[in-house]
Write a protein that binds this ligand. Sequence first.
Ligand code: DAH
Length: 335
Amino acid sequence: MKSQLDHIREVALKDLENLRSLAELEAARVRALGRSSELSQFLRSLKERAEGERRELGELANRLRGELERQFDGAKEKLEDVAYAALEKLDVTAPALRSRRGHIHPLAQAQDDANAIFASMGFRILEGPEVETEWANFDALNTPPDHPARGMQDTFWLQGMEHLMRTHTSPMQVRFMQAHQPPFRIIVPGRVYRNEATDATHEFQFHQIEGLMVARAGEGAPSMANLKGVMEHFYQRFFRDPNIEVRFNASYFPFVEPGVEVYIKGSSGKLAGKWLEVAGAGMVHQNVFERVGYVRGEMQGFAFGMALERIVMLKYKIDDIRLFNGGDLRFLRQF
Ligand code: DAH
């Protein structure tokens, strides 16, 4: 019986030598000292023995149990020391890595700026549908099907050909006037679509800001001079350059008469020294007023339209329009 106890000790100590983790140690402890271990079974079997033998073997077995418990405790401490030593390599006082927060896209930021400037001049900000009717996008804007100006804007037609992706924000002039009587001043920021190849200055999808100010014809009705004043004020504030000058060049858009291209020249950055085209504008054509249900000659007003990308590129000296939607964080993080 004593040799059985020696055997138990031998097996347990051997087990202890090969431990590599606290989990392995726990398993070895259960094997050596658990309820179904050989040692526990041995102790349970003692009650079947004679009084004297029971006392002697019981003492030996309990002593072995105590010895093994100490051995296991010692081994556990050693393994824990190893684990803590590994932990100490983690410097909990090191400064945390800074997490990056997102920020507003440069185009959205510029749009917010533009909205605020126009709002300060009393313009209401409205949005319109990106899927438009051919009528609102072209016909009502004085551009019938056989009109050569249709060729100016390459169109994404939708199936059935009566709807299209709006090629400009101007159709919102039509929608708004159909539902409202002058006087009013509105701007319409939003996405527009052109069916054309992309390059550094062309995208098939970009943003415009449309403007429209109309009142009853007569004294004080919005004039070309007012249009120039609004343009001047807007560009001076948008580019934060009080020296910006505005010039109109005669041009043609079917929905205005006279029509102009708006040029600006500033004093710094890309704006310095030369005239740059930044918008189309003009006095709203009486044909358009008639299409939306106003009486010919009763109303007077101006309209303008500009590409948001164009002025943001000038402001921040960006030379490729494709960067805006390229998803390159090195570009976006600069703003
Ligand atoms: N819709 C024109 C375009 O996309 C821009 C434009 C020109 C808008 C003259 C206007 C305007 O309101 O009066 O090319």
